[in-house]
Design a protein around this ligand. Structure first.
Ligand code: FES
Ligand SMILES: [Fe+2]
Length: 336
C-alpha cells in the first residue's frame, strides 16, 4: 500500500478543460490528466518513448498524442507509434473518475474504497483547491486542532482570550480520529454574522472526523445560541482532502456544503452561498500562508510541548503512516 493506492481529488472539474491536458503531482509522481468523450483519464506524464511530458500533448480521438514524435496513448495506456506500426508500447494508466465536482484518481487495480461523502440534505456551497507549501503532516496538524483559530482565523473559531473556555474531546478509533470542540464564537462583524445567520452571543461547535484512505477530514460546524441553548444559523459540512505533492508541498481540495433554510428568499440565498464560500476560502488561505513558514520545519512531534488541543496529532500521524502509507514500522512516540 502506498499513497497512489488511495483515491485523490487531484483537480476540480472546472480546472480541466475539454481539450487541454493538465499535469498533477501526487507523492512525487507526475501524471497527465485529460478528458475523453467517455470521461476522465490519467497516464504517467513521462512519455514511454523518450520521456516528453505528455500533459503538453493534445487530445485527439480520445487519445493523448505526444507532441514530440506523435505517438498516441489511449486512456488504458495502450500506445500506437505511427513510425513503428508493429510495436505495442504501453504507458502506465490510472483509474480516474469525476465526482463531487472533482477529478479523482488512484493506481489501477488498487483495493481501496472511494471515500464516502455524506451530502444528503445538504446544498453544495462550493469547491476550492489550494496549494500549501508545507509537508502533509504539518498541514494536517493545523487542520485538526482549533487553538490556532484564535490567531490565524478571521471568522470561524475562538478568540485567544477565551480559548481556555473551549471544551475539546478527542476520540481515537482503528481508522479515524474524531475531535469535538465547543466554545464562545469570536465576535464577528455584522455582515459576517448575517451571512451565516449567527446570533450575537453564540457558541461555535466544530466537530470533525479524520480518515486516512485518503487523508481527509469532514467538519460539522454549527452554532448554538448561548442564551437559549438552541441551534441557530447555518450548519456547514466541509470536507478537506490532503494530497501530498511531494515532501514539502500539500494540495488541499475543499468541498463545502450547507443546510439551507428553505424559507429564505431565493435572492438572499443566492448571495449568501458565495459569501459563505468566500469566508471558507479566506480561512483556508490564512492557514496556507502561515504554514508556508513551516515548509522546512522538522515534522517529528517528539520532544514537542504539546497541549490539550493537540491530542489528535500523534494518533493521526500513526494512522497516516499505517493506513495511508502502508507503513508498519511507524515509531512515533505518544506524548500526552
Ligand atoms: S517522446 Fe513522446 S513520442 Fe517520442
Ligand atoms: Fe485553520
Amino acid at each position: 500500500m502506498s499513497e497512489l493506492d488511495h483515491w485523490h481529488p487531484v483537480l476540480l472539474s472546472r480546472e480541466l478543460s475539454r481539450s487541454k491536458p493538465r499535469a498533477v503531482t501526487v507523492a512525487g509522481r507526475t501524471l497527465a490528466v485529460f478528458r475523453t468523450t467517455h470521461g476522465v483519464a490519467a497516464l504517467d506524464d513521462a512519455c514511454p518513448h523518450r520521456g516528453f511530458p505528455l500533459h503538453r500533448g493534445t487530445v485527439e480521438h480520445d487519445a493523448l498524442v505526444c507532441p514530440y514524435h506523435g505517438w498516441r496513448w489511449s486512456p488504458d495506456g495502450r500506445g500506437v507509434s505511427p513510425g513503428n506500426p508493429r510495436s505495442k508500447p504501453c504507458a502506465t494508466a490510472y483509474e480516474c473518475v469525476e465526482r463531487h465536482g472533482a477529478v479523482w484518481l488512484r493506481r489501477a487495480g488498487a483495493d481501496t474504497a472511494f471515500p464516502y461523502l455524506d451530502v444528503g440534505g445538504h446544498t453544495p456551497v462550493g469547491t476550492a483547491h489550494t496549494r500549501v507549501d508545507a509537508p502533509i503532516e504539518v498541514v494536517l496538524d493545523n487542520f485538526i486542532e482549533v487553538e490556532h483559530t484564535g490567531d490565524v482565523h478571521t471568522f470561524l473559531g475562538y478568540e485567544r482570550a477565551r480559548m481556555a473556555e473551549v471544551e475539546s474531546e478527542t476520540t481515537v478509533a482503528d481508522d479515524s480520529v474524531r475531535v469535538w470542540n465547543r466554545g464562545p464564537q469570536r465576535p464577528l462583524p455584522s455582515p459576517a454574522r448575517r451571512a451565516f445567520g449567527i446570533p450575537r452571543e453564540a457558541l461555535f461547535v466544530d466537530d470533525w472526523t479524520t480518515r486516512f484512505s485518503p487523508v481527509h477530514s469532514v467538519y460539522e460546524q454549527y452554532f448554538v445560541d448561548a442564551r437559549t441553548g438552541e441551534r441557530a444559523g447555518d450548519a456547514l459540512r466541509i470536507a478537506v482532502f490532503f494530497t501530498p505533492v511531494d515532501d514539502r508541498r500539500t494540495d488541499l481540495a475543499v468541498f463545502a456544503y450547507t443546510q439551507v433554510d428553505r424559507s429564505e428568499r431565493p435572492l438572499v440565498e443566492a448571495l449568501r452561498l458565495p459569501a459563505v464560500m468566500a469566508f471558507v476560502r479566506w480561512e483556508v488561505s490564512r492557514d496556507a500562508k502561515l504554514l508556508a513558514h513551516m515548509a522546512d520545519a522538522p515534522i517529528s512531534l517528539r520532544h514537542r510541548a504539546l497541549g490539550r488541543f493537540d491530542r489528535a496529532l500523534v494518533a493521526s500521524r500513526k494512522l497516516l503512516d499505517r493506513i495511508y502509507r502502508g507503513r508498519t514500522d511507524a515509531k512515533l512516540r505518544v506524548v500526552e
